[in-house]
Design a protein around this ligand. Structure first.
Ligand code: ADP
Length: 401
């Protein structure tokens, strides 16, 4: 069974074609700057087998329809021969950022699903392009089942006491303003993988999952179900991120607007794109921050400490929410690759049952592993995330079932 996973952004289209037999990626691609003067197209055949082989092109890509046609040309073209024709694609799985309260599980796309996704656009206007991708696929692949998998769906089990904001209740009733949370596909994937690693049924497993990439979020998982998460109505809330501020006193927003004489959109942009690690030290890639720290850059050191401090604060908070935990699970770019962040975030938590092993933490390995000491009551795991595979599995389950 071949499943095509599509992640359609405002000016980009990312895809992976996954052969579900061995869950291997047979092709992948990133088409960027769609609608701009010059588009950038990078595509790979069998990226796991040949990580350095890729085809790169620069040419204008008018819209998402055109981007999908470029993808299809490559997939069916003689050069790659990944698939013979479009009918070799058995199903398409789409990443959709905001499912609102409408979707607590993946959905098989029909006219109702499309309209419900459209109705949720006001909650995440920047992600309206998810729907553009779905509509382009419906047109280009008539007859192929399309499935939507939502970033928010894993978090729909968060109870009202944790997902409502203490603001006038009418705002929830009228505009559905509440915590939705994001990165749910990643939290769900690593929660299941962690339970497998621990050899426990997921429904008996309590976890704190820590996704640290460009965007960062954490989830408290009780008996395999999400009990709380750090992101909110939008992905701006919670942890400090590459360029997003995370939790700040909400009164800072009007304060900046008044003192800096900025409009709402400008403050929004500042908090989303010029804050976080970038706002503190001018860099948003943790690798650059470590290089600068090593040269004595004090702001880089401060950014690193602030970043880890937030993670630690939420580990403590979520231990209280859960009452106990089997494991803290680190994932995504920083979570998987950065022993220094993991060490600092867990430093001093021995009293809460978390004891990292310096030696295990320092070792590099692409597979899931335990980095806590043998006598640590709460295990600390590093589990590589794979959101595309999670989408493909969900798509297969829905189409097959
Ligand atoms: P995205 O959220 O875009 O999916 P990733 O999960 O790929 O991002 O994470 C990207 C981030 O991971 C980079 O910005 C960088 O800060 C961090 N990163 C990647 N590799 C390393 C590494 N070896 N050490 C520290 N940080 C890393």
């Amino acid at each position: 069974m071949n499943i095509l996973v599509i992640n359609s952004g405002s000016s980009s289209l990312k895809y992976q074609l996954i052969d579900m037999e061995g869950e291997s990626v047979t092709a992948s691609g990133v088409i960027e700057r769609i609608g701009e003067e010059m588009g950038s197209i990078t595509q790979r055949s069998h990226p796991d087998k040949w990580p350095d082989a890729k085809s790169e092109e620069k040419r204008p890509v008018l819209n998402h329809d055109a981007a999908m046609r470029l993808m299809v040309e490559k997939l069916t073209g003689e050069e790659w021969g990944v698939i013979g024709s479009l009918s070799d694609i058995d199903a398409i799985g789409h990443r959709v950022v905001q499912g609102g309260e409408s979707f607590a599980a993946p959905a098989l796309v029909d006219a109702d699903v499309v309209e419900t996704i459209r109705a949720n656009i006001p909650l995440a206007p920047l992600h309206a392009a998810n729907l553009v991708g779905i509509e382009a696929a419906l047109e280009l692949f008539p007859g192929t089942p399309n499935v939507t998998v939502f970033d928010t769906e894993f978090h729909q089990t968060i109870p009202a006491k944790a997902h409502l904001y203490p603001i006038p209740y009418e705002l929830y009733e009228e505009h559905r303003i509440r915590k939705y949370g994001f990165h749910g596909t990643s939290h769900k994937y690593v929660a299941r993988a962690a339970a497998e690693f621990l050899n426990k049924p997921l429904e008996d497993t309590d976890l704190i999952t820590v996704h640290l990439g460009n965007g960062c979020s954490m989830a408290a998982v009780k008996n395999g179900r999400c009990a709380d998460t750090t992101m909110g109505l939008t992905p701006l809330a919670g942890l400090m991120m590459g360029t997003r501020c995370g939790d700040v006193d909400p009164a800072i927003f009007p304060f900046i607007a008044r003192t800096e004489k900025l409009c709402v959109n400008e403050v929004d942009e500042m908090l989303n794109k010029k804050s976080g690690l970038l706002g503190i030290c001018g860099m948003n890639d943790m690798r650059d921050i470590h290089t600068a720290r090593a040269k004595g850059d004090e702001r880089a050191q401060l950014a690193f400490e602030m970043f880890a401090y937030r993670v630690k604060s939420f580990i403590g908070s979520y231990l209280a929410v859960l009452g106990r935990a089997d494991a803290v699970v680190f994932t995504a770019g920083i979570g998987e690759n950065d022993p220094e962040v993991r060490a600092l975030a867990c430093q001093g938590l021995e009293g809460l049952g978390i004891r990292i092993s310096g030696e295990r933490n320092g070792k590099r390995c692409a597979k899931g592993r335990c980095i806590s000491a043998d006598d640590s009551p709460v295990q600390v795991l590093v589990i590589p995330t794979n959101e595309e595979l999670e989408i493909a599995r969900a798509t297969k389950a829905l189409v097959a079932g």
